[in-house]
Write a protein that binds this ligand. Structure first.
Ligand code: KG4
Ligand code: ZN
Length: 297
């Protein structure tokens, strides 16, 4: 990652110097959060859930470069967990999944699976905050896979007969975890008047946001709480150059963070997004009402 960022940075610095153009450094997660505004006129502030292979976070977007971070992953990101489960299940050997990412493979197989066959515990049930955790869930699934491999008398690297059911249980638990944390974030925003009373909106973006089952779970929560939900189309949800360019447009229009071509800029692997409110959210200790997530697969 550092190597590719370095090469990209070197190229763009040479490019702006050659053409004497301003340099606008972009925060990757800010770009994911703002992409939606390229396609819909979503006014600030709005709530945003960003779920990808490298991140999961909930934030209030108050302006182009003004975010309140409500919660983020304490360990791995949901896309990373889905990719690792898919790898452990050897899904690239599945005839329908050979060209798919882990998350896409799990979504496809889950359509024909029974999530009830493998009841999984939703992470962090006892923490009344908006943070996420996916590594314990991954461990739960690995234990199930090891047990089933022993039962079926097969070795790691061979496809299990119950991959569809494991995919369905995995996808449902990830969806439930994301929906619960998002529900709490909505309640926190309502209690603190962080969203407009007129047309409050949840924006969902990042690679995992292209998952239709996860979108449905989130829409059940937003409908219940009176929020609209917007997701950029899949091609703009996953990493893409257009979202970075659009972030540049937004900053250029507002005159924010525009540097001279000769300024030295470095990439930051872990740049924070906005003001960290995770402690305030935890201190509020918001309990969730029970919501049944009945989603047809
Ligand atoms: O946003 P993205 O392209 O790159 C990062 O910034 O990480 O997200 C890639 C991640 C991968 O982990 C991939 O498995 C996941 O998004 N993903 C999905 C789906 N499509 C891509 N996860 C669940 N369901 C999908 N349909
Ligand atoms: Zn990304």
């Amino acid at each position: 990652m550092a190597l590719s960022l370095g090469i990209g940075l070197e190229f763009s610095q040479r490019f702006v110097r050659q053409h004497n153009k301003p340099f606008i450094p972009i925060h990757h997660m800010e770009a994911h959060a703002l992409t939606v505004r390229m396609l819909h006129p979503v006014a600030f502030p709005f709530l945003v859930l960003l779920v990808s292979g490298g991140h999961s976070l909930l934030a209030v977007a108050r302006g182009v470069d003004d975010f309140l971070l409500l919660g983020q992953s304490l360990d791995v990101a949901p896309g990373d967990a889905l990719d690792k489960v898919a790898r452990r299940l050897s899904l690239t050997k599945h005839p329908q999944c050979s060209t798919l990412s882990g998350g896409q493979a799990i979504e496809l197989l889950a359509k024909d699976g029974d999530r009830m066959k493998f009841p999984l515990t939703t992470p962090m049930g006892k923490s009344n905050d908006c943070c996420f955790s996916f590594s314990g869930l991954r461990n739960q699934i690995t234990m199930i896979i090891i047990k089933k491999e022993a039962e079926e008398g097969i070795e790691e690297g061979t496809l299990l007969s119950c991959v569809n059911d494991i995919a369905a249980a995995t996808q449902h638990t990830v969806a439930t975890h994301l929906a619960k944390r998002t529900h709490r974030a909505i309640l926190f925003c309502k209690a603190n008047n962080l969203l407009p009373s007129n047309n409050p909106t949840l924006v969902v973006s990042g690679g995992v946001a292209s998952n239709q089952y996860i979108r449905k779970a989130l829409s059940l929560i937003t409908e219940r709480e009176g929020l609209g939900m917007l997701c950029p189309p899949a091609k703009f949800c996953t990493d893409n150059g257009v979202m970075i360019a659009w972030n540049g447009v937004e900053r250029l229009r507002e005159g924010i963070g525009i540097l001279s071509p000769n300024v030295d800029v470095y990439y930051e692997p872990k740049a924070p997004l906005g003001v960290d409110m995770t402690e305030e959210v935890r201190a509020a200790g918001i309990k969730l009402p029970r919501v049944k997530l009945e989603i047809p697969s």
